[in-house]
Ligand binder design. Structure first.
Ligand code: 5AD
Ligand code: FES
Length: 355
């Protein structure tokens, strides 16, 4: 087997590794390999996106959810979750405030909440589309029939985020109740791509039972899907879930995997996630230096932020919450990057720097 650095070179040149090579690379990484990887990751990040970091305004509009994922704080069995939903006017108000702050992408994210019927969702999407013709609308509403995705696309949505969570069916079953499957989740992603959405997938790093073989499958699936965005963040236990006592994912592994994603698919939009910022006070900055180029600060009203608690100790839910954009902007400038006011479409900014 080639050495880790040679495998990184191979990944850069061919964009693929075999399952065995992925496993070997992940299991034999070290600080030296990581530094080598991050230098390459930053080279590609600069090549396609310069020192620009894209922002998306995240509107967490409902924490009702019909699903019962074992890791998630808003799972339906969690009786302690205080449920809320924002109405159409409140969602539009978030967009208005966000637009004023410089956001040109709105991400509507929520649990799988039947109150938001197809008609209601289409109404909200077309209101945002008409009110903000220069903005991208991203949906993150979970698994839906293809027909529903199609109609939301026609109503004006451009992008959809749906993490596959884990590509391995057996591992998937250990994280979710029986009615959910990796196969169906993946099918949704193929449907979204086929409709024409800019599509985002992703997974949690260090979810219970995750092995390097599972991560290898995640990379192979992502290479095949060729999504526009991949969001990864550490698993962080939530106290009111069956996984309360499980260990969380690490900063070190998450950064390494961000670097690998950047080198495998160099044009990817890669968020430095809130979960990463939660497990380390400079997690998002470190994510950017490992190859990430997107941040998704919260635009939800501060009164509900604490309630969208997927995991414990989530940042940006307290007194500082109204200040996220300014705070992020400062943080990003401190490492030599800048937040941009732009829709930040996939690959459209190519050739921004030296290679
Ligand atoms: N820790 C980290 N990430 C989580 N998510 C859900 N629960 C947790 C948790 N406990 C992630 C899932 C989901 C996204 C919205 O949040 O990957 O797709
Ligand atoms: Fe939310 Fe810093 S990004 S307070």
């Amino acid at each position: 087997m080639e050495q880790p650095k040679q495998l990184i070179d191979k990944l850069e040149e061919t964009s693929r590794l075999t399952k065995e090579e992925w496993i070997f690379l992940i299991e034999n990484r070290g600080t030296d390999t990581a530094d080598y990887l991050f230098a390459k990751a930053r080279k590609w990040q600069h090549h396609y996106y310069g020192k620009q970091i894209y922002t998306r305004g995240l509107i967490e509009f409902t924490n009702y959810c019909k699903n019962d994922c074992y890791y998630c704080g808003i799972r339906r069995s969690n009786r302690n979750a205080e449920r809320y939903r924002l109405n159409r006017e409140q969602i539009l108000e978030c967009c208005q405030i966000g637009y004023g702050l410089g956001f040109r992408t709105f991400v509507l994210q929520g649990g799988e909440d039947g109150w938001f019927t197809q008609e209601r969702l289409e109404g909200i999407v077309s209101d945002i589309r008409n009110g903000y013709p220069d903005c991208a609308i991203t949906l993150s509403l979970g698994e839906r029939p293809k027909e529903s995705y199609q109609r939301l696309f026609e109503a004006g949505a451009d992008r959809y985020l749906l993490r596959h969570e884990t590509a391995d069916e057996v591992h998937y079953k250990s994280l979710h109740p029986l009615e959910l499957s990796a196969a169906h989740r993946k099918q949704c992603l193929w449907d979204l791509k086929e409709i024409g959405y800019q599509t985002g997938t992703g997974f949690m790093v260090g979810s219970p039972g995750q092995t390097s073989a599972h991560l290898a499958e995640d990379f192979i699936f992502i290479r095949e899907l060729e999504p526009h965005m991949v969001g990864i963040g550490p698993f962080v236990p939530h106290h009111d879930t069956p996984f309360a006592a499980e260990a969380g994912g690490t900063l070190e592994l998450t950064l390494f995997l961000i670097g690998l994603l950047r080198v495998m698919l160099p044009k990817l939009l890669l968020p430095a996630t809130t979960a990463l910022g939660t497990i380390d006070p400079e997690g998002r900055e470190k994510g950017i230096l490992a190859g990430a180029n997107v941040v998704m600060p919260n635009l939800s009203p501060t009164s509900v932020r604490r309630k969208y608690e997927l995991y414990d100790n989530k940042i940006c839910t307290g007194d500082e919450a109204a200040e996220c954009r300014a705070c992020l902007s400062r943080r990003i400038e401190s490492i030599g990057y800048e937040l941009t006011v732009s829709r930040g479409d996939y690959g459209l900014t190519a050739d921004a720097g030296e290679i």
